[in-house]
Design a protein around this ligand. Structure first.
Ligand code: MLT
Length: 270
């Protein structure tokens, strides 16, 4: 996996990115977070600079494959437990990791995401997007269709340079990775029972202008979880961590300081 690792002795925080972008969506939030955490941001299989195949073999599309990739990364970095965060698709992967290896998760950040699986209509749309990605010459159409959904109204009207940067991130994604991710998301299970049974401290965070996973969805998720705090970030849409990185980072740092009592006793393997 291609990974950006701030390094150092701080307690580890792994952040998993959204679709259809890569770990660069965490760059701005990563700076303030790195004052307190060792920030580790991998590119998901098939996106950014992480290849889709393993020695020429492409596994069937499944987010639990991605969760296993992340667990492999933790093993490689000799990290026993981490604070695990994911935004949207990254949140789906975080839940898949929690299902596979709950003992590796010291705290959970679920941003702009949901526990429910797709319905038949959403699965059909994802299949159509996957097929188009495999046949289209450019990714303009993907950027055109995603930008109004993934960025909030405030960003689209007031932060034109960010709109251009996110367009660039989307356009640069490998088509076969986009198709694989769509099929993997379509196949994901319902995680409602999993989140209800999750005992680790959890931060649910959402952009106030998120129309894909709106604040009402985030509230439902937080209410279902035994130890979840909810924060709604003003002036942000679906890609909240990228749109308001300083507020996102301050929220995460404040939540972890309260939840952990300042403890940093997790991380490296004995
Ligand atoms: C994302 O931002 O990762 C996607 O909107 C997730 C999805 O398509 O369900």
């Amino acid at each position: 996996m291609h990974v950006i690792d701030s390094g150092g002795d701080n307690p580890p925080l792994v952040l998993l990115h959204a679709f259809p972008v890569d770990s660069r969506m965490w760059t701005a939030a990563g700076d303030p977070l790195a004052e307190r955490f060792r920030v580790i941001t991998p590119d998901q299989r098939g996106l950014g600079a992480t290849p889709l195949d393993e020695g020429g073999r492409v596994p069937p599309p499944d987010l639990s494959v991605v969760a296993r990739d992340v667990i492999g990364l933790l093993d490689e970095l000799e990290l026993d437990r981490v604070v695990l965060g994911g935004l949207s698709m990254g949140g789906y992967v975080a839940m898949a990791l929690l299902a596979a290896a709950p003992h590796r998760v010291a705290g959970l950040v679920l941003a702009d995401t949901r526990a429910a699986a797709d319905g038949p209509e959403q699965r059909a749309t994802r299949q159509a997007v996957a097929e188009r990605a495999e046949t289209a010459d450019t990714m303009d159409w993907l950027a055109d269709s995603m930008l109004p959904n993934v960025l909030g109204a405030t960003t689209r009207s007031d932060r034109r340079e960010l709109v251009t940067a996110v367009r660039g991130l989307i356009m640069g994604q490998p088509p076969e990775g986009v198709a694989w991710a769509q099929r993997a998301m379509a196949a994901r299970p319902d995680n409602s029972a999993l989140v209800r049974a999750t005992e680790v401290p959890t931060l649910v965070v959402v952009g106030e202008e998120d129309t894909l996973t709106p604040p009402a969805t985030a509230r439902e998720l937080a209410d279902a979880m035994p130890h979840a705090d909810l924060t709604v970030l003003p002036s942000a849409g679906h890609l909240s961590a990228l749109e308001v990185p300083d507020s996102f980072a301050a929220t995460l740092l404040g939540w972890w300081a309260r939840s952990s009592g300042g403890a940093s006793g997790y991380g490296h393997m004995e």
